[in-house]
Design a binder for this molecule. Structure first.
Ligand SMILES: Nc1nc2c(c(=O)[nH]1)N[C@H]1C(S)=C(S)[C@@H](COP(=O)(O)O)O[C@H]1N2
Ligand SMILES: [Mo]
Length: 259
């Protein structure tokens, strides 16, 4: 590591620590000064800006060789969505599954798995880093998200892509326990951002998010949404569930989880 990189690492670690220190997991903010939410947003802005400025908007995450692929890749979070809808889709080999793309797009459309597999694909061997402290290297094959977004036509007001998943990580009456994630347009059009239907040369397994999951390689594990059902383009996610752009973000994690 060069001094420059080491310095950047320290800076990013500092920004992360600031975010955690200011994090009270959604409780009302009391006292004077900046609220924890304001501090979190400030720290995140610094992290994202420094990563983008130092690495560039299209810098690639490191890619590995076949020999580096981890013999075991952990399943984390949901290992199988617990719903009749998902079970029925799985039982039918996902022949009835559709990925819906809507929101701020010119031509809302849905795609079958067979249709997605006919589109241009990209295969990449990358390292997945979970915030809980484990990593694994895997080979992912899928459709570049930028290609699909080009096909449906992104409206100028669209700022984020929101990924709606099939699983509920918490069972709640209002559905707020459903997994979701979001990324901005820079990451949505990044060449390594793909919707993966293949892993390590086989169809994506149920544990890893079948039939389709997001890979957004410059961010941490919790951004890699599994069990995709719908992608919605929005101008703001502030009125969606907890308002922080993701299941874990609504529970205190940073929205921009740069590695
Ligand atoms: N739909 C959904 N996506 C998810 C999760 C989840 O529970 N549900 N867990 C996240 C976390 S924390 C990690 S580390 C990775 C785990 O992916 P894996 O099971 O393929 O290892 O998926 C992420 N995406
Ligand atoms: Mo994770």
């Amino acid at each position: 590591m060069t001094d420059f990189q080491a310095g950047r690492r320290r800076f990013l670690a500092g920004a992360g620590a600031l975010a955690l220190a200011g994090c009270d997991l959604g409780g009302p903010s009391t006292g004077a000064g900046a609220s924890s939410g304001e501090i979190l947003r400030l720290a995140e802005g610094l992290t994202m800006a420094s990563q983008r400025n130092l690495q560039g908007r299209t810098a690639l995450a490191r890619e590995y060789t076949e020999a580096d692929i981890s013999p075991r890749f952990r399943v984390n979070g949901t290992s199988m969505p617990d719903s009749d809808t998902y079970t029925a889709l799985l039982d039918n080999g996902f022949a009835d599954w559709r990925l819906q793309i809507d929101g701020l797009v010119a031509r809302p459309q849905s795609f079958s798995l067979a249709q997605l597999k006919l589109l241009p694909s990209r295969t990449q061997i990358t390292r997945h880093d979970c915030v809980e402290g484990w990593s694994a290297i895997g080979k992912w094959t899928g459709v570049p998200l930028g290609f699909l977004l080009g096909a449906v036509g992104v409206m100028p007001s669209a700022r984020y892509a929101v990924f709606h998943c099939a699983d509920e990580l918490e069972q709640t009456l209002d559905g707020s326990g459903r997994y979701y994630e979001s990324i901005d347009m820079v990451d949505a059009f990044h060449p390594q951002t793909i919707l993966a239907y293949g892993m390590n040369g086989a169809d994506l397994g149920v544990g890893h998010g079948a039939p389709l999951r997001l890979r957004v390689e410059r961010q941490l594990g919790y951004k890699q949404a599994k069990y995709l059902m719908r992608i919605e383009l929005v101008e703001s996610f502030s009125d969606l569930w907890g308002g922080n752009g993701g299941f874990w973000e609504d529970r205190g994690y940073e929205w921009y989880a740069g590695i």
